[in-house]
Each structure stands twice: as C-alpha cells, then as structure tokens.
Design a protein around this ligand. Structure first.
Ligand code: NDP
Ligand code: 2IT
Length: 453
C-alpha cells in the first residue's frame, strides 16, 4: 500500500473506529482509484474521496415490538443515506442479528458504485435492523415491520429514498412495510421495490440478482470463447440470490452441486436439477426449513455442518469450475480461495456483497481467475429495482420478456464498462479495478457538477 493510501485509510479508521467491514470496502476501492486520482487532480482538490466515504445522512432509531406472548422487544433500526449524486438513495434493507453500522455502511458504500454501473438514475443507500426473522411468526414479523416503518416513513419517499430487500427481507416483509407506509402517508406510491406484482412490483425482480450474476459470468466466459455448457458450479446460500443463480445456471447447461445456509452445506454430485431446486425453494420460502433436510430427502447428497471457527469452509473444497458465493460477506477466506483455484475453479461470481476476503481476491486475480466483484456481478437486482421505479412512475407494467431483456442488456453493458475501463487504466482483465473506477467516475463527475453540497 502506498503512503497516500495508508494516510487516507488512517483517517478513515480514526473517524470510523471499529468499523472493520466498512474499512475493508473502502480500502479496496481506494486502491483501485489511486491511479485515477493521480491522473485527474480535480477530484483531489474537490476532496471527492473524502466526501464519498462520508454518508450524507445516517439514521438510527429504536424499534419496539411485541411478540405473540405479549413480551416486549427492543431492536435497532438504521438507514444510511450514502450518496445522492445520481438519484434518490436506493438500496436494500437487511434484517439479521449481525446488523450494525459497520456492515450497513460497507453495503451502502458499495451500493453507490454498483448503482452507478447500472446506468440507471439511482443514488446509494442501505438500511435494516438487528431483528432476527428466524423462528418468528408471520404476525410477529408484521408487527416488527410496522414498527420499523413507522419511523422510517419520515425519511423515505419515491423521490428521496427507495428501499428494497436484502438478507432476511423478501416479499413478505416488503408487503408489510409497504402496507404501513401507505397507511401512514395516505399515499400509494413507488417507495419500495420488490413489491408483489398485484400492487406495483416488477416481474423478474425476484430472479434479477441471481440471473444477473449468471449473465455477467456469461459475458466473462465469452472473452475466453467459453460458456456454461457442462460446467460444474458451486453456489453458497439458499436464499433469493442463490436460488435464482442456480436456476439460470441450469437453464444455460451447467450443473450446480452445492447450496448452503448458515449451519452447513449440501453436496449433490448428481447435480441440483429443476425438480430438486423447486423442492429447495419450497423448503426455504414456504416452510423456512434448514438445508440439512435436502440430504435426508435426496439420498445421493451429503450434508456437512460448517464450523465458523475452522480455518476454511469445506464447501469451497468441492472441485468446480465456477463458484457463485451468494450468502453473505467474507465467506471465502484466503485458504478457501486457494482451495478453489487448486481444484480447478477459474470463474468466481460474487452473488453476495463482498463475500471474498481481500487475500482471496488477490489470489484469484494473480491466478487469472475470471473474478466478478459484487458491485458488478450482483447489480442485476438493483437494476431491476430501477426498472420497477420506472414502471411505477409511468403506471405501466412490462412483460417478463421485456424486463429480462433489459436486465440482459444492462449486465452486458456493466461487463463492457468494467472490461474497457480496466483496459484503459492498464489492468486488463481486472474487473475489480474496472468496476470501482467506472462506478466512481460517473458519481465523482456528478458531484463536481452539483457543487459543494
Ligand atoms: P436471503 O435472506 O434470501 O438468503 C441469505 C442466505 O445466506 C441464506 O441461505 C442464509 O442462511 C445465508 N446466510 C445469511 N447470513 C449468513 C451468515 N452470516 N453465514 C452463513 N450464511 C448466511 O438473502 P439474499 O439471497 O437476498 O442475499 C444474499 C446476499 O446477496 C447478501 O450478501 C446480499 O447483500 C446480496 N444481494 C442481494 C440482493 C437481492 O436482491 N436480494 C441484491 C444484491 C446482493 P440462513 O437461512 O441460515 O440464514
Ligand atoms: O445489495 C443490493 O443491491 C440489494 N440488496 C438490492 C437493492 C435494491 O434496491 O434493489
């Protein structure tokens, strides 16, 4: 790390003590941007870097709710409104016990660059709560969502800030959140995305993140005259992103052999076919069960519990050519990265946000792995959220095919932007630098245009 970057990161660390995930996300971007800042001094003199790491606004609030037994619980709610240079703040809400300011700031920071790459007019934000939806009844989730939205509704709006889903927030939660917003504001408007299709949602939004990641991989494979046909793929997670990444891989001729949840992973050497995937979707989306049950149901598959304290995760030791980490941040450490490469993996698509730790990213790049960072690879979700906003503004709904072809075109254009930007800055094939630089330039130029605000 050069001394300029070290000094900058020192200030970021001092101003944001203990926010390790946020520091991790910032240092990766700053390392990519350094050559750009040296080439374009106007960004330095306008202090764009210093401004872009500071949220425009961050909200933290109390969320009280009562469980089915009448007991009172107190959670924390957050919304980080990171950057509005390109449009209203836009980004998901995460409900998970691990949620804190550091995690949401890293996600909001990444969202700014990701949304810029989509080509759509969206700023970046993120929010959520340390509420754990696991094991809660529908009524408890509804009461929590209503309480959360009672405060959040003061700070959002279709032209101000438009939240969506993320870990622990899917169609059910968006429904309860939307209902409460509508009731409080007496306004039926496009304030959230990921809505039900009967009441303003877009077709393909549930599929968009997973499909988009696989489309991005298709573009990367094309640069080597290759395709998904016959490839063995490992997917982690078994939630929204993992399910639809798996579905698209199958449609394109690949064989997906793993999926996981926070307790362990299943390995099915015969492949998770469409019938098995439908079973997983029911297990996870309707029954909210554990992935372990798959190995009881399908005898050819094995289940391995994961130990969070172990020095590697055995899911990444399964020999595959393509890996699509789609659970959470920091799920591939240095050892996992080495195992993947050693076993022949040459393409890694980040379905999740920042699932790969920095040493593993470097190992992939050094070994010429086609490595797609989350900002680019998982941008399809927020891109279709942007299309949902466009449909809401025009009071129209587009067909599945229309939305899917927009999504494919957007993923192609993100790939092109990353690829060409990497070439322009003499780091050909480095999609991390390509995504960070291409995402940054548009935001930075817009900040310059809009003056010191
Ligand atoms: P879901 O809640 O639908 O699924 C999350 C999956 O990841 C579950 O299988 C869950 O297991 C697992 N998981 C969550 N936390 C952990 C953890 N700490 N350790 C191990 N496994 C974990 O979320 P999504 O599929 O929506 O999100 C997955 C990732 O994709 C996240 O990083 C999210 O930020 C990112 N993303 C999501 C987008 C979207 O549109 N939904 C868009 C772009 C990125 P369990 O059920 O046991 O908790
Ligand atoms: O990380 C992400 O891009 C999301 N969770 C989706 C955000 C959105 O607004 O659709």
């Amino acid at each position: 790390m050069n001394s300029g970057i070290a000094e900058f990161m020192q200030r970021v660390s001092e101003r944001n003590p203990g926010q390790t995930e946020f520091h991790q996300a910032v240092v990766e971007v700053v390392e990519s941007l350094w050559p750009v800042l040296e080439q374009f001094p106007e960004y330095r003199s306008a202090k764009i870097l210093e401004r872009i790491v500071e949220p425009e606004r961050q909200l933290m609030f109390r969320v009280n709710w009562q469980d089915d037994q009448g007991e009172i619980h107190v959670n924390r709610g957050f919304r980080i409104q990171m950057n509005s240079a390109l449009g209203p703040y836009k980004g998901g809400l995460r409900f998970h016990p691990s949620v804190n300011i550091s995690i949401l700031k890293f996600l909001a920071f990444e969202q700014v660059f990701k949304n810029s790459l989509t080509t759509l007019p969206m700023g970046g934000g993120k929010g959520g709560s340390d509420f754990d939806p696991k094991g809660k009844s529908d009524h408890e989730v509804m009461r929590f969502c209503q309480s959360f939205m009672t405060e959040l509704s003061r700070h959002i709006g279709p032209n101000t800030d438009v939240p969506a889903g993320d870990i622990g927030v899917g169609g059910r939660e968006i429904g309860y959140l939307f209902g409460q917003y509508k009731r409080l504001r007496n306004a039926f408007e496009g304030v959230l995305t990921g809505k039900g299709t009967n009441w303003g949602g877009s077709l393909i939004r549930p599929e968009a993140t997973g499909y988009g990641a696989v489309y991005f991989g298709q573009e990367m494979l094309k640069t080597r005259d290759d395709s998904y046909q016959g490839k063995i793929v490992s997917v982690s997670g078994s939630g929204n992103v993992a399910q639809y990444a798996t579905e698209k891989c199958l449609q394109l001729g690949a064989k997906v052999v793993t999926m996981s949840d926070s307790k362990g992973f299943i390995h099915d050497p015969d492949g998770i076919d469409e019938e098995k995937l439908a079973w997983i979707m029911k297990l996870k989306n309707n029954r909210r069960g554990r992935i372990k049950e798959y190995a009881d149901h399908y005898k050819g598959a094995s289940y391995t519990e994961t130990d969070p304290r172990a020095d590697s995760n055995p899911i990444w030791d399964v020999p595959v050519q393509v890996a699509i980490p789609s659970a959470t941040q920091n799920e591939i450490n240095s050892k996992d990265g080495q195992n993947l490469v050693k076993n022949g993996c040459f393409c890694v698509l980040e379905g999740a946000n920042m699932p790969t730790m920095p040493d593993a990213v470097n190992h992939f790049i050094d070994n010429k792995v086609l490595f797609a960072p989350g900002k680019a690879a998982n941008a399809g979700g927020v891109a279709v959220s942007g299309l949902e906003m466009a449909q809401n503004s025009s009071r129209m709904s587009w067909t599945r095919d229309e939305v899917d072809s927009h999504l494919q075109r957007i993923m192609e254009s993100i790939h092109k932007a990353c690829h060409e930007t990497a070439e322009r800055f003499e780091c050909s094939g480095n999609y991390v630098n390509g995504a960070n630089i291409a995402g940054f330039i548009k935001v930075a130029d817009s900040m310059l245009d809009q003056g010191l605000v």
